[in-house]
Design a protein around this ligand. Structure first.
Ligand code: NZQ
Ligand code: ZN
Length: 385
């Protein structure tokens, strides 16, 4: 196991009827800006619970954060914060609203140029506004990590940044807020969680990270069991609670410590979203089977463990094991409502060339060993036509 030093400072407030507890978390004299998306929180009653909880505060609001949040919209929120003298942000929604809030919190204090530099050049963040989150879509882990992904539509870019300064101060995880998710978003959340695990678990590593491995297998077993139940019984509290807690743990940083991490599937997927607007999880469902197929050498033991532990694949032959494990993963994604080929979205050679060219321009070498060249990315995409 590699050395590590880590603290995750996010306070989690988990369970039914917990939104009211935010009152104790935000200083009473703070001006609060509530940030949310396209209106799901108004339809399912989360918005009114938040407003009730904030009675007594000076509250402002900004709605209209898009899925795959836009830099352009975030900068409008920065203007509102400066104009109103906001002290505290409250993100109410899924990963997009939370990611946008992280970027906004940092952009408000960014000095010396365009805050886009935080994403495009890794410019240093020295200060950020404090914020809390109320999660309504279990998927990204953003509620308990320090990462954020922002899109700039005018140049078709989707880039990420991370900083310990953008950990939420607290996150409320009330599983009842997820009862209203559409089947598409339930499926997306489960698939995203699945791939967050594989990016950290299916790595070229022969070491002794047995605790991390068993934890990650626990997350996968949980979501493979509970995901289909959430589609059948949307208001089953325990199913929703298990999914919510599992997706948080897939990417809150802890299980990924001491081990190498891959992220090839995500980096290719982000380009497909940037160019063609596909949902984040849907890009992952296309790409992951190709990544496993092309990069299995050196990580066969991990693929075997995943196949055996999660999908009961129990074969001796190496090739059969890899094939059956990939098929089981793909079948699971399909059962959660995703399509798994580029052609399902009308994409083909043109899309492959666009992503390849971008990888070439950036000279990116992906994967835990930095050996996934643009040519290998193209090979992966060709397999997923
Ligand atoms: O905008 P509203 O009206 O709220 O509707 C949203 C949105 O249309 C809807 N929704 C959310 N909660 C709901 C609901 N509808 C009904 N009932 C509810 N309870 O769902 C739609 C999608 O929401 P979004 O926030 O975009 O989804 P998700 O949580 O999957 O976030 C995706 C974004 O997170 C990034 C992705 O790249 C993408 O931009 N990621 C962030 C990560 C991180 N910060 O660590 C890691 C991930 O790998 C990922 O890249
Ligand atoms: Zn993801």
């Amino acid at each position: 196991m590699k050395n590590f030093s880590f603290v995750n400072p996010v306070k989690i407030i988990f369970g039914k009827d917990t939104i009211q507890e935010i009152k104790g978390e935000i200083p009473s004299d703070n001006k609060v800006l509530v940030i949310y998306g396209g209106g799901s929180v108004k339809k399912n009653g989360v918005y009114s619970q938040v407003m009730d909880a904030l009675s007594g505060y000076e509250v402002h609001e900004f709605s209209g954060i898009e899925p795959n949040p836009h830099y352009e919209t975030c900068m409008k929120v920065v203007d509102v914060i400066k104009e109103k003298g906001i002290d505290y942000l409250l993100a109410v929604g899924g990963g997009s609203v939370i990611d946008a809030t992280k970027f906004i919190a940092a952009a408000v204090y960014f000095e010396g140029g365009d805050p886009w530099d935080i994403l495009s050049k890794g410019a240093e963040i020295k200060k950020a506004l404090p914020f809390g989150t109320i999660l309504t879509l279990p998927a990204t882990g953003s509620e308990m990590n320090d990462g954020s992904v922002i899109s700039r539509v005018s140049i078709q870019e989707k880039l990420s940044f991370g900083s310990p300064l953008v950990y939420p101060k607290f996150s409320v995880l009330d599983p009842t807020t997820t009862f209203t998710l559409s089947p598409r978003q339930v499926g997306n959340g489960v698939i995203d969680t699945f791939v967050h695990v594989t990016e950290q678990y299916l790595t070229h590593y022969e070491g002794d990270s047995t605790l991390q491995d068993r934890m990650f297998e626990g997350v996968l077993k949980t979501i493979v069991a509970e995901g289909p139940k959430a589609l059948k019984r949307p208001t089953d509290y325990d199913v929703r609670a298990n999914l919510m807690w599992a997706s948080t743990w897939a990417l809150n940083g802890w299980f990924g410590k001491g081990i190498p991490q891959d992220w090839t599937t995500h980096m290719i997927g982000h380009e497909l979203t940037a160019f063609y607007g596909l949902d984040h999880a849907r890009t992952l469902a296309i790409i992951l089977p190709g990544v496993i197929r092309v990069t299995w050498e050196g990580k066969f033991e991990k693929i075997r463990s995943l196949g055996y532990e999660v999908f009961d694949v129990n074969k001796i032959d190496q090739e059969v094991t890899i094939g059956e494990t990939i098929d089981a993963i793909e079948d699971f994604f399909i059962s959660m409502g995703a399509k798994t080929h580029l052609s399902d979205y009308g994409l083909g050679d043109e899309a492959i060339n666009k992503v390849y060219k971008r990888m070439e321009e950036r000279q990116w070498k992906l994967g835990e060993s930095g050996n996934i060249t643009p040519n290998i990315v193209r090979e992966i995409l060709i397999l997923r036509k």
